[in-house]
Design a binder for this molecule. Structure first.
Ligand SMILES: [Zn+2]
Length: 184
């Protein structure tokens, strides 16, 4: 497994070799089966419960037995790992993030310590183009921190400082640059 830390942390890519990809697909399959079994069990638990719905339980199980569907899902996740953006719960978007899901299967977390709000902020600052580099985003955050401080917008200031510190640490630890002082 090779992690290519990107200037945009939301775009860091994880590349697996052929054997690792096979293991990943098997692990992803086990997760899907387990989750389908849990959902089915929930809808079969007790006849008196509102959730009792054998048809629904059956559809979960049917879905889990769709071998091609499971393979496709694992392949989609591999594509996300290699070239996708983090987008979902991790960036305050109301959907699950495939990249996080895949990283979880690999037992890694390339966004460790970054809150959802901070990740959302990075998403906005970087945008979806490759043209925005880490220095540019750090610079934009410095301006924001100074402005929010001047206007006494405490919450905004604290959030911007948090993202700034995280990104600065990311830059040093993952990208290997020397730390520069705040407001240099
Ligand atoms: Zn994510």
């Amino acid at each position: 497994m090779k992690i290519n830390w990107h200037e945009n942390p939301l775009k860091t890519s994880v590349v697996l070799d052929e054997i690792e990809k096979k293991i990943f697909a098997e692990k992803a399959k086990i997760r899907e089966l387990k989750s389908a079994a849990q959902s089915a069990a929930l809808h079969l638990r007790d006849k008196s419960e509102k959730l009792y719905d054998p048809d629904r339980a059956r559809s979960y199980l049917q879905h889990a037995l769709d071998e091609n569907g499971l393979k496709e899902r694992a392949n989609d996740m591999l594509v996300e790992l290699e070239s996708g953006f983090h987008c979902g719960d991790c960036t305050c978007v109301a959907t699950s993030c495939e990249k996080c899901f895949a990283e979880d299967i690999l037992e890694i977390n390339t966004l460790e310590g970054l809150s959802q709000h901070s990740a959302h902020k990075l998403d906005v600052l970087y945008g979806r183009e490759d043209a925005v580099g880490i220095e540019e985003v750090l610079g934009a955050l410095e301006v924001e921190i100074a402005e929010a401080l001047g206007d006494a917008r405490e919450e905004e200031h604290a959030e911007a400082v948090k993202v700034y510190e995280w990104l600065l640490r990311y830059k040093t630890e993952k990208l290997g640059f020397r730390i520069r002082p705040l407001f240099s």
